[in-house]
Design a protein around this ligand. Structure first.
Ligand code: 13P
Length: 367
């Protein structure tokens, strides 16, 4: 394989043959799982980012969002633990305060830039309480632009709520169809699709109900991916872990969550998929690391795919809470970000320990 395929700034010939694209996709997907690293999602839409800023009294401005994203991408040694970052449209166009494009900062750190391309989850007509993710219109052209800017993978998130009588078959099928259409367009453009069907944690449902719904959703998604001729070797699955609802009285142990999650994935995810990178979904950073770690400790040697992370809140939240929009807090915030990234790399190796939470944050960044 030509190393050039992985370099976002490489001048890829305008008319790449389909076999070359397949090869690039496989190489990019493999690179995203190499060396026990994982993905950092920093693709919050402006409304979501503003909501998180408002909760901490941070101004909800373009400049504050830019400064926060600069804090993330300039964290020293981030590339030790993070193979790819997922950007948002505003962010992929932004620059460091010295004028360097974020995409250059990211690739110089040895990290592959990715981009969220869905335009959000909207109320689904005829299906009260359920959502459908939009963004297929014009997607082919947007993917082309993002590829030219250096993005080598993309993300699309579907949300599936659990409750009385939901999710419906109609909602699962519509979202799976959109995910599959998006994934096919990504591969055509030479970008690895991160396929994210998220079964939400909100609700009183049990772990067993989450397992049942997650399995059904994943079966539906892979059926549609197959029908849309998506090459499984050149994609990444980004699912939820199998968890009890947030307000369910019974909260299972870390090992029970690991067992249920792996059992569900083994039943529904084809072995040709190179890797699975979980979303965190509102779990604390510590729990998300502990659960991923337990899966790798208990099952890694027997699994067909890598089990990794693609967390947003479970990596970013402590850093955001320290930063609070103040320059003086920057280094401490970067240290907290690096620490969570490092804990998750350890979780991929099955070497994470809660002791890392108290004595493990002395590593980079340096001033
Ligand atoms: P969380 O890890 O905060 O769930 O975010 C992951 C993500 O990318 C949501 O689309």
């Amino acid at each position: 394989m030509s190393e050039m395929a992985l370099l976002p700034h490489s001048k890829v010939c305008v008319q790449r043959r389909p076999d070359m694209i397949s090869h690039e996709l496989i190489c990019t997907a493999r690179a995203l799982f190499a060396d026990d690293k994982g993905l950092l999602a920093m693709d919050e839409s402006n409304p979501t980012c503003n909501k998180r800023f408002a909760a901490l009294g941070i101004p909800q401005t373009v400049e504050a969002r830019r400064a926060y994203r600069e804090l993330i991408v300039t964290t020293p040694s981030l590339g030790d633990c993070i193979s790819g970052v997922i950007l948002y449209d505003e962010t992929i166009h932004q620059l460091k305060d010295d004028g360097t494009p974020f995409v250059k900062v990211i690739t110089d750190a040895g990290i592959i830039p990715g981009i969220k391309v869905d335009t959000g989850a909207m109320n689904m007509a005829g299906y009260p309480g359920e959502k459908i993710t939009e963004g297929l219109d014009g997607l082919r052209d947007r993917l082309k632009e993002y590829f030219e800017m250096g993005a080598r993978f993309a993300k699309w998130r579907a949300v599936i709520a659990v409750g009385d009588g939901i999710p419906s078959q109609g909602c699962m099928e519509a979202n799976a169809q959109a995910l599959a259409r998006y994934a096919a367009l990504c591969q055509e453009a030479g970008m690895v699709p991160v396929v994210e069907p998220e079964v939400l944690m909100e609700g009183e449902h049990t772990l067993d109900r989450c397992r049942e719904v997650t399995e059904e959703v994943l079966r539906t998604v892979f059926d549609r991916l197959y029908k849309q001729r998506v090459m499984l070797e050149g994609m990444i699955l980004k699912p939820n872990m199998v968890l009890p609802g947030l307000t369910c009285p019974k909260q299972e142990t870390v090992d029970e969550v690991a067992d249920a999650t792996v059992q569900c994935l083994l039943r529904a995810v084809p072995a040709a998929v190179p890797g699975i990178a979980f979303l965190s979904g509102g779990q604390s950073g510590e729990l998300a690391s502990a659960r991923l770690n337990a899966m790798n400790v208990r099952f890694k040697s027997r699994l067909p795919w890598a089990l990794a992370f693609s967390f947003a809140r479970a990596i970013q939240q402590p850093a955001l809470e320290i930063w609070r929009g103040e320059e003086a807090n920057l280094l401490r915030a970067q240290r907290a970000l690096y620490h969570r990234a490092r804990c998750n790399r350890a979780a991929r190796r099955g070497t994470y320990d809660t002791a890392m939470e108290t004595n493990g944050s002395e590593s980079p960044p340096r001033s």
